[in-house]
Write a protein that binds this ligand. Structure first.
Ligand code: HEC
Ligand code: HEC
Length: 510
């Protein structure tokens, strides 16, 4: 049966569901702001212009500045947030002012500052407001669901569920990704339908499986709740110069999320140790050795660094003797990741994501059919821009928090890292749109030549469409030991704990 036909049949069955989901996830804000329709709302909910006299005076505003490792002052910063001073000019009066700034120490391994949109600069009071909103169920109709319900600091900023549970126990269709290092992603959501954290954070409030159970406009209802809460009225006035709005709530939440950063993994430390060693040796050979990992592990045992060690399944009290073996596994796993196992074809850069979309066959059924609601990236491309290569493709996730974020993949189908590695070892799940990075194109070409010549072909090869196109997944042929080493390497990418000012909303920050 040709796949094309099967696709359209599933399309009919699920089109309504998918369309509803799309509407709820990214409702476009009205422009100009609509007159509120909800009783009790006197001003538009979407956005308002500031009244500067309500705001914190310029000299008392505290900008936040990311400092990365390639800046000289980085090493001197003792804490994640460090107070400093800046000399500047008040743009309204032209007066010189010296004011407080907060320097944010970007963790080791993240070599760039997260991008910040010009219209939403980082500032401390806005960050404090955003952190409050992130953990406050006030944004949900039931008063029970907050962002942290599904992206909890104690669960690697996920919910550790196959797919997430939101308002009234509603089970959503998709796995909750981590917010850790989301600030670096070019696209948000598995299918990338939001460009920025500001766009993304408006989605859940209106989603009837996440935070919305009301009858009117979700954001009008949420904004009304904020406007009837004196603490929020005061905080929004100080930060934005007006009553709470959808625009300003999104900005505050995004400001907070930009600080949910994790680095300083065993891998990052080994990289740094290697660079130091090679520089001292003056050998110019910037290549990791097992001794670099061993040194890092030894230091972790000495410092009783439970997070780093337990990520590698090492007991901080008892396993110091295993450091040498694990160091070899880390090095071998790394070599596989960047070599034979081809992981770095897609998992690249500081966060181990190319920010692009690929079809691994996650979500395809056994016959290779991709149901309409699994179209992934393709489904949200604008009409006129649909790219057939992106059917069933999802965003490459970063790999820096895997120990705490099982189960894996957009479907939550893979329960363990071992299962993930097995999926890649067999070349993904076969389907008509499997990424060519996971395909054995040489074998496919040989198959086509043989078939054209009327020679016998492997009956186990799956073919698709009216032309019976063969799709042959590229087997990695990893041995059991290689698979184990690759998993150790992935575990070694786990970051140091997120700083408590970020992960514990009860810590007061002023
Ligand atoms: C009921 C669970 C739930 C709630 C509540 C929730 N989220 Fe999510 N979040 C998800 C799921 C599921 C996804 C993935 C959806 C998709 O890709 O289609 C997601 C995606 C995201 C992403 C994109 C990450 C990435 O890598 O693409 C961010 C950032 C995020 N949520 C932040 C928030 C914020 C901020 C809030 C509160 C305003 C929030 N979430 C509320 C479940 C939830
Ligand atoms: C063709 C690009 C590509 C290659 C090659 C690739 N990945 Fe992925 N990876 C992805 C995409 C895309 C996803 C998400 C797929 C989905 O959910 O549909 C993913 C998901 C993952 C996840 C799950 C993360 C999470 O938070 O759910 C892990 C772990 C992972 N990959 C590790 C690896 C390893 C190890 C290798 C090498 C053996 C590898 N990847 C090779 C693109 C790739």
């Amino acid at each position: 049966m040709p796949t094309v036909w099967r696709l359209s049949r599933s399309a009919l069955a699920t089109a309504a569901v998918a369309a509803a989901a799309a509407v709820f996830h990214s409702p476009a804000p009205a422009n100009p702001p609509t007159k509120p329709s909800l009783a009790g709302l006197t001003e538009p909910a979407d956005y308002l212009l500031p009244n500067e006299s309500l705001m914190i005076p310029f000299k008392d505003q505290v900008p936040m500045v990311f400092v990365t490792r390639n800046q000289p002052e980085w090493a001197a910063l003792k804490t994640f947030f460090t107070d400093a001073k800046e000399d500047t000019v008040d743009p309204a009066t032209g007066e010189k002012v010296t004011r407080r700034v907060v320097k944010i120490k970007v963790p080791l391994g993240l070599n760039q500052a997260p991008p910040v949109p010009a219209e939403n600069p980082m500032a401390l009071a806005k960050w404090v407001l955003g952190r409050k909103l992130y953990y406050d169920p006030i944004l949900s109709t039931s008063g029970q669901v907050s962002c942290s319900t599904c992206h909890h600091p104690k669960k690697g900023f996920t919910d550790q569920k196959r797919t997430s549970t939101g308002i009234g126990g509603a089970v959503g269709p998709i796995n909750s990704p981590t917010v850790i290092n989301a600030a670096y992603a070019k696209f948000q959501f598995w299918n990338g339908r939001a460009d920025t954290l500001e766009d993304q954070s408006q989605g859940p409030v209106g989603n009837n499986k996440e935070m919305f159970g009301g009858k009117a406009d979700p954001w009008e209802e949420a904004v009304l709740r904020l406007r009837t809460n004196p603490e929020y009225v005061k905080a929004f006035a100080q930060v934005f110069g007006h009553a709470p709005t959808r625009d300003s709530a999104a900005k505050a939440i995004a400001t907070y999320e930009r600080t949910v950063l994790s680095g300083n993994s065993v891998q990052d430390r080994a990289d740094a140790a290697m660079k130091k060693r090679v520089t001292e040796e003056e050998s110019g050979k910037f290549e990791l050795k097992a001794e670099d990992y061993a040194g890092v592990l030894k230091a972790a045992f000495a410092a009783k660094d439970a997070t780093a060690l337990t990520a590698l399944k090492l007991d901080p009290g008892a396993d110091a003797g295993k450091a040498g073996d694990v160091a070899k596994q880390l090095l071998n796993g790394r070599t596989l990741f960047f070599g034979k196992a081809k992981c770095s074809l897609c998992h690249t850069g500081d966060t181990f994501s190319d920010g692009l979309f690929h079809n691994l066959g996650v979500g395809a059924d056994k016959g290779g059919d991709i149901p309409y609601d699994e179209f992934g990236r393709f489904s949200i491309l604008r009409t006129g821009h649909k790219d057939i290569n992106l059917v069933g493709a999802n965003k490459t996730p970063g790999l820096r928090g895997l120990v705490d974020t099982a189960p894996y993949m957009h479907s939550g189908d893979e329960k363990t890292l071992e299962a993930v590695v097995d999926l890649y070892d067999r070349g993904g799940n076969v389907n008509p749109y499997l990424s060519d990075k996971l395909r054995d194109t040489v074998a496919e070409a040989a198959y086509l030549r043989a078939r054209a010549a009327g020679q016998p072909v492997d009956p186990n090869v799956k073919t698709f469409g009216p032309s019976h196109k063969p799709i042959i997944p590229l087997k990695l042929n990893l041995s059991a030991a290689e698979k184990a080493d690759l998993v150790v390497f992935l575990r070694g990418l786990n970051g140091a704990p997120i700083d408590p000012v970020v992960s514990e909303p009860t810590i007061e920050v002023k």
